[in-house]
Design a protein around this ligand. Structure first.
Ligand SMILES: Nc1ncnc2c1ncn2[C@@H]1O[C@H](COP(=O)(O)OP(=O)(O)OP(=O)(O)O)[C@@H](O)[C@H]1O
Ligand SMILES: [Mg+2]
Length: 327
């Protein structure tokens, strides 16, 4: 089996708050091999974006980061200026939730894309052709005209397609995508995902795909990490998560998906609201919302343990799986 391209081990993140440091991530392990797509799924505030930002060396000011992150065997925390620039421009590429926060507002779309393609080694005419070609592959009509426009002249969805085009032009070995398709219509969404699939197959590009949409993650990712309050509750291949989820939270997420054909049906929801890592006590972070909790869950935080080919953080995983398969 290939060595991991991305190796995150024991990642912790604390951010400065009004009364000292606040825990955000509590010890995350993640390995992604070349060509693999791994989804990070969780509700709002679970730490998905912060995980990506740590990997991209874009954590907020004052962040205290523990554990280690290596990409291609290099420790990301030790990269100095020019190595960091290369790391961000060539090795990894981030697609942000909000494309406007990540693009230079006073640079024409075409200049931005040509610069990206040139960074990847193309001469100017080839970079221009590649940029136009990539825009049309992204489903952008009249790409020549778009090349001459500024970001403010484009809608959010169109701008996100430009950002994704730039990522694909830069040919990174690792794409970090943060809810990249939320602003896209369904057709473009599937085009974009097909291109990223092609890239993974042909160039061995790896993908870390952050989303709150478990179905979407399961449809494009080989493996999925379920994050809750900055803590991994389950990690398994997509098939296992879909057909034999081991954690009560994962089961709840699967059960609360909107039905495709009954839009007005009453949805089962997971009781209660998500908490942050700072609000988790000494026990299981999912305790308050868990339909299967027992007294032990209040006292002791379960360890992430190997379970049926994946990993799960639940005291009752074995027992609940037996009950589930018997019923
Ligand atoms: N700059 C910051 N300073 C302090 N805390 C922050 C900062 N940014 C985010 N947080 C906190 O970190 C936690 C994780 O945030 P993060 O943005 O990673 O969540 P997320 O899973 O990406 O959520 P969403 O689905 O809403 O994008 C949240 O509790 C959030 O309030
Ligand atoms: Mg986020």
């Amino acid at each position: 089996m290939n060595a991991p391209l991305l190796d995150v081990s024991g990642l912790t993140l604390d951010l400065p708050g009004a009364h000292g440091y606040v825990p955000i991530l509590t010890g995350l392990d993640l390995q992604v091999r070349p060509g693999e797509a791994v989804g990070i799924v969780g509700e709002s505030g679970s730490g998905k974006s912060m995980t990506l930002r740590c990997i991209a060396r874009l954590a907020p000011e004052g962040a205290r980061i523990g554990g280690s992150i290596t990409v291609g065997g290099r420790d990301v925390s030790t990269l100095k200026r020019s190595a960091l620039r290369d790391y961000r421009r060539r090795e990894t590429a981030v697609i942000f939730q909000d494309p406007r926060s990540a693009i230079n507002p006073i640079q024409r779309v075409g200049d931005f894309l040509i610069e990206t393609a040139r960074d990847a080694g193309a001469d100017v005419p080839a970079a221009r052709r590649a940029a136009v070609d990539m825009l049309s592959r992204m489903g952008i009509v009249d790409p020549e005209r778009r090349m001459g426009q500024f970001p403010f002249e484009l809608s959010g969805g169109l701008l996100q397609r430009v950002m994704i085009a730039s990522v694909l032009l830069s040919g990174p070995s690792l794409i970090l995508a943060d809810e990249p398709t939320t602003a896209l219509d369904v057709t473009t969404q599937s085009d974009v995902l097909a291109i990223s699939e092609e890239l993974r197959r042909d160039s061995g590009t790896a993908l870390v795909f952050v989303t709150h949409d478990l179905d979407l993650a399961l449809s494009i990712c080989d493996r999925v990490v379920v994050l809750y309050a900055g803590t991994v509750l389950e990690l398994a291949d997509a098939e296992t998560i879909r057909h034999a989820p081991a954690h009560p939270y994962t089961r709840g997420l699967l059960a609360s998906r909107p039905p495709l054909d009954e839009r007005l049906a009453e949805l089962p929801v997971i009781d209660g609201a998500p908490i942050s890592a700072a609000d988790a006590g000494g026990g299981c972070p999912f305790l308050e919302r868990c339909p299967s909790r027992i007294p032990l869950c209040e006292k002791t935080k379960p360890k992430l343990q190997a379970f049926r080919g994946g990993q799960v953080r639940c005291h009752r995983a074995e027992e609940l799986a037996t009950v589930g398969s018997a019923s």
